[in-house]
Design a protein around this ligand. Structure first.
Ligand code: AR6
Length: 169
């Protein structure tokens, strides 16, 4: 049974087997979580991105690299839909969680930390971004034992807690 644990904090400081990056199609870094992961992970993460994703990554898909200086073994990169630019197909957002967990299972990860994919620069409405995360993780059937949902501020953290308790999770 997978535990979904709300965490108030910074995704780059999570001591788990894998952290998930809210990447973009180019897979060469960016702002938000992506910028924080590349800064904290160091050049090794970018080198690995270039080597493993020469053509980038499709929206809704996920792939992994090593984690450089991060206190985790792998970074699982996934590309959420850019709601602000009109990409509003929710199945692309739920696919990010499903594909990331499939990769975590392939890697044998037992703990993983997600940010709220698409909920920042890509401007997906927060309550639905949280619902998509919680429901998809809960229904995934993953072998991962602990899935952290990391919120950067108190307001978002409280919303994640509320969504989990509303579902009895
Ligand atoms: N730890 C935890 N959560 C964070 C952190 C952090 N260090 N930093 C931001 N958040 P975003 P997106 C929260 O913008 O919407 C990049 O340029 C943030 O408050 O990182 O999928 C990429 O290269 C929000 O709730 O990801 C893409 O171009 C959530 O994490 C684009 O942004 C996701 O915010 C991806 O945008």
């Amino acid at each position: 049974m997978t535990r979904i644990v709300p965490v108030l904090g910074d995704i780059t400081q999570q001591e788990v087997d894998a952290v998930v990056n809210a990447a973009n199609n180019g897979m060469r870094g960016g702002g938000g979580v992506d910028g924080a992961i590349h800064r904290a992970g160091g050049a090794a993460v970018l080198r690995d991105c270039v080597a493993r994703f020469p053509d980038g990554l499709a929206t809704g898909d996920a792939g992994y690299t090593t984690a450089g200086d991060l206190p985790t073994r792998w970074v699982i990169h996934t590309v959420g839909p850019d709601y602000g630019s009109g990409q509003r197909d929710r199945s692309l957002l739920t696919s990010c969680y499903r594909r990331s967990l499939e990769i975590a299972d392939e890697l044998g990860a037992t703990t993983i930390a997600f940010p709220l994919i698409s909920a920042g620069i890509y401007a997906w409405p927060l309550d639905d971004a949280i619902a998509a995360a919680v429901d998809t993780i809960a229904e995934s059937g993953t072998a991962v034992e602990e899935v952290r949902l990391v919120a950067r501020d108190q307001r978002i953290f409280a919303e994640v807690e509320r969504a989990l308790s509303a579902r009895g999770l």
